[in-house]
Design a protein around this ligand. Structure first.
Ligand SMILES: Cc1ncc(COP(=O)(O)O)c(C=O)c1O
Length: 379
């Protein structure tokens, strides 16, 4: 059969997690916690499952959940989103990203993405018949070269995809970045897709600069968030997109035929939990900052050089003092021979630089981090 995605294999996250399992390695590769989601949330899920909330919920998400989302957006970003016209619940951020891309771009259009980029953007763009224009983030801090963005814009540019806090680098965009993006897209028909799944993981008293805070930019933006990340429940695949009514209308046309809706009982449970426990999200930056600091402290005497992680639950490490191997070879050796799985950076690039950086995920119990660090410090 002729492949529509000839250059796409299995995602690196699945490859490394499978390898970790096969070799019994400590899995610091794929981004999921090895601790559980809050007990109260599990109780609520069980309650609504047994309460027979088991049939199709509304296509756009249950009203109680969209109401909580709108309240949260108001509290955090000072923007009063209309829950009926601007908020849509989706089956994971992955679905929301796909829907937003397919709602906006057609064959022949161009989409700007920044490398290293989360690996779902490019295939979604290709499947829409559009072309991804990859702009590398600038080293050493993985910042955006806005002059280069200006130079890459053509009459065919339809969408710019940003991701803050950024997977895999842990970089965060600042207010000036958001303002520049607003200037660049002003008086154009370019839309913005803002992947903000790590909104609650910004450290060192930093601020998450959501596009929703920016009155002008939010008029042309799809902002995507994930409950999986916020509630330590990546397996539930529940997320949402906030976008102005005209964009949401088109977004929902795609969503309607991609998944139509998302598990009912989980929606009811999260709606209740958001109302009962708003402090969970508020405390998250502190919780993950402690994890980051613990992990960095544990690796302080290793030969890995750690890069600053300002957000997300990922930590980049330079392994050049440990090995001359390519990043792909190195993570394989690390997993198979030493027992710790990590993610190489090259698969996040269209054209990978000669990089000796790998990504560790620190959303793990301290005991897991200690066991991994014990191995890593001996290298
Ligand atoms: C940057 C980024 N966007 C989107 C996603 C997907 O989120 P979800 O699991 O809600 O589909 C991830 C998951 O790792 C991610 O890192």
């Amino acid at each position: 059969m002729r492949s529509k995605l000839p250059n796409i294999g299995t995602t690196i996250f699945t490859v490394m997690s499978t390898m970790a399992q096969e070799y019994g390695a400590i899995n610091l590769s794929q981004g999921f916690p090895d601790f559980d989601c809050p007990e109260r949330l599990r109780e609520l899920v069980a309650h609504y499952l047994n309460d027979r909330k088991n049939q199709y919920p509304p296509m756009v998400g249950i009203p109680a959940l969209r109401e909580q989302i709108a309240r949260k957006v108001q509290n955090l970003y000072g923007f009063s989103a209309d829950m009926d016209q601007e908020v849509t619940v989706t089956s994971g951020a992955t679905e929301a990203l796909f829907d937003a891309i397919h709602a906006t771009v057609s064959a022949g259009d161009e989409v700007i993405v920044f490398d290293p980029a989360y690996d779902s953007y490019d295939p979604a763009i290709s499947l829409a018949g559009a072309e991804a224009i990859h702009i590398p983030l600038q080293l050493p801090d993985f910042s955006i070269d806005w002059d280069r963005v200006r130079a890459c814009i053509t009459t065919r540019t339809r969408l710019i995809v940003i991701n803050t806090p950024h997977n895999p680098s842990g970089a965060v965009l600042n207010k000036a970045d958001i303002e520049t993006l607003a200037q660049i897209t002003r008086d154009t028909d370019i839309y913005v897709l803002s992947d903000e799944v790590y909104e609650h993981m910004v450290f060192d008293d930093g601020v998450h600069e959501s596009v929703l805070r920016h009155e002008e930019l939010r008029q042309r933006s799809f902002a995507v968030f994930s409950f999986g990340k916020t509630y330590h429940a990546t397996g539930w695949k529940l997320a949402y997109c906030v976008a102005p009514p005209s964009l949401t209308r088109e977004f929902r046309k795609v969503h309607q035929f991609v998944t139509f809706t998302s598990p009912s009982f989980i929606q009811y449970a999260i709606a209740d939990f958001m109302r009962e426990c708003p402090q969970h999200a508020i405390e998250l930056p502190h919780f993950y900052q402690e994890k980051r600091d613990t992990f960095c402290r544990l690796l302080a005497n290793s030969r890995f050089v750690l890069k600053p992680s300002r957000g997300t639950y990922f930590q980049l490490a330079d392994y050049s003092a440990v090995s001359d191997a390519t990043d792909m070879e190195f993570v394989k050796q690390l997993t198979q021979e030493k027992g710790v799985a990590a993610i190489p950076l090259s698969p996040f690039y269209k054209k990978a630089p000669d990089s000796t950086l790998i990504r560790f995920c620190f959303c793990k119990d301290d005991a897991t981090l200690e066991a991994a660090a014990h191995i890593l410090c001996a290298l």
